[in-house]
Design a protein around this ligand. Structure first.
Ligand SMILES: NC(=O)c1ccc[n+]([C@@H]2O[C@H](COP(=O)([O-])OP(=O)(O)OC[C@H]3O[C@@H](n4cnc5c(N)ncnc54)[C@H](O)[C@@H]3O)[C@@H](O)[C@H]2O)c1
Ligand SMILES: [Zn+2]
Ligand SMILES: [Zn+2]
Length: 361
């Protein structure tokens, strides 16, 4: 028996989201229905609703979620009803060429539910990042459920499902920040601050926060930033060089994803340093750089999807750090809101008023 519940849907490009009835099928063989308890509002949800990712409307938004497994398909072996899980968008297949090479964080064939959730008229919904969790319940593949310690509150733990994991992993996994490194992070939203927190835990000694909004720089301090640049009135490249004996930072993380910030990241890193692009660019953005600089400056230009994380390895580790008071996930939560408040949360995000709004369900 399918179930009808409330969900936040983007029906057409650019239109405000609406709370509508959605139909959740019974779980197929490897599928799981999860009772969502909390789901963070990520900038990527806004990208979806603006049509900046793919054009497969209508979308069921929300992809940063924690909840309790309600029911499972007859082949499910990894979770059981009652398990407390954080949902992930990297259920690795184990057999694609990346997995076969021992690099499952690049998995090219990640699992999602096979069945579609629908509107009540039968129109198939595209679930944001294969999750769709601004809803009372959602349908996912069993591999998308990562069990974590139930002591961690869902309002905080849900953030591991996307933005916080992406930022933390961009620093720790993709850049491989080491003890003593200098790290600059451009764009101090949820993702950028998680990169700052990751750099701190990895032992970076100089952590430079860059944003165009003074309030964001203030917040970045809580996560471990040691130096601050307001790039609306200071040249970030020059200032990062000044702060690093004229050389540039070992690692620069672009958590905005614009041609302007990417160029800043490119020139603000030391020779042989690492640039990590974790912000998601709009599809029409282009960049021009002298090829001789790309060659001559050496090092690595990397992008970071989901912080190159492995959910089964990284979520429980971060939950342990959180429970031990060593990684304060709660500091990312600016407000707890209801299912009707997602559009307002997008506005607050665009105005820079929040780090993360979290929908409690
Ligand atoms: N790679 C991934 O797997 C992944 C995962 C989640 C989110 N993201 C992306 O990361 C980006 C950040 O997400 P978020 O949720 O932190 O967004 P956010 O809106 O909370 O934060 C963005 C921050 O960038 C700042 N900013 C904007 N323009 C800037 C500029 N020119 N220079 C300096 N700072 C600037 C804003 O003031 C804000 O503080 C988005 O593009 C999002 O889609 C990527
Ligand atoms: Zn794979
Ligand atoms: Zn996200």
């Amino acid at each position: 028996m399918s179930q009808t519940v409330k969900g936040v849907v983007a029906l057409s490009k650019g239109a405000p989201v609406e709370v509508v009835d959605i139909v959740i099928p019974d779980p197929g063989p490897y599928e799981v229905v999860v009772n969502i308890q909390a789901c963070g509002v990520c900038h990527t949800d806004l990208h979806y609703r603006q049509g900046a990712i793919v054009d497969e409307f209508p979308f069921l938004l929300g992809h940063e979620a924690a909840g309790i497994v309600e029911s499972i398909g007859n082949q499910v072996s990894q979770v059981k009803p009652g398990d407390y899980v954080v949902l992930n968008w990297r259920a690795v297949c184990g057999t694609c060429r990346a997995c076969a090479k021992g690099q499952p964080w690049y998995c090219f064939n990640t699992h999602n539910a096979e069945q579609k959730m629908t509107l009540t008229d039968g129109t198939a919904l595209s679930a944001a990042l294969g999750i769709g969790a601004f809803s009372d319940k959602t349908l996912v593949h069993e591999g998308q459920c990562t069990k974590v310690d139930p002591q961690a509150s869902p309002v905080s733990a849900c953030l591991l499902g996307c933005g916080v994991m992406a930022g933390f992993g961009a620093a720790v996994n993709t850049a491989g920040v080491k003890r003593g490194d200098s790290v600059a992070v451009i764009g101090c939203g949820g993702v950028g601050n998680a990169a700052i927190a990751g750099a701190k835990i990895a032992g970076a000694t100089k952590i430079i926060a860059v944003d165009i909004d003074a309030k964001k720089l203030d917040w970045a301090k809580k996560f471990g930033a040691t130096h601050f640049i307001n790039s609306s009135n200071q040249d970030p490249v020059e200032t990062i060089r000044e702060l690093t004996a004229g050389f540039g930072a070992d690692v620069v993380i672009d958590a905005v994803g614009s041609p302007q910030t990417y160029k800043q990241a490119f020139y603000a890193r030391d020779l042989a340093g690492v640039v990590v692009l974790v912000g998601v660019p709009n599809p029409d953005y282009k960049i021009e750089l002298p090829l001789i600089d790309i060659f001559g400056r050496g090092g690595a230009l990397k992008s970071s999807w989901y912080g190159d994380c492995l959910p089964a390895r990284d979520f429980p580790m971060l939950v342990d750090l959180y429970n031990q008071g060593r990684f304060n996930l709660g500091d990312f939560v600016s407000e707890v809101i209801g299912i009707n408040d997602v559009e307002a949360a997008f506005e607050k995000m665009e105005k820079g008023q929040v780090l993360r709004s979290v929908v409690q369900l």
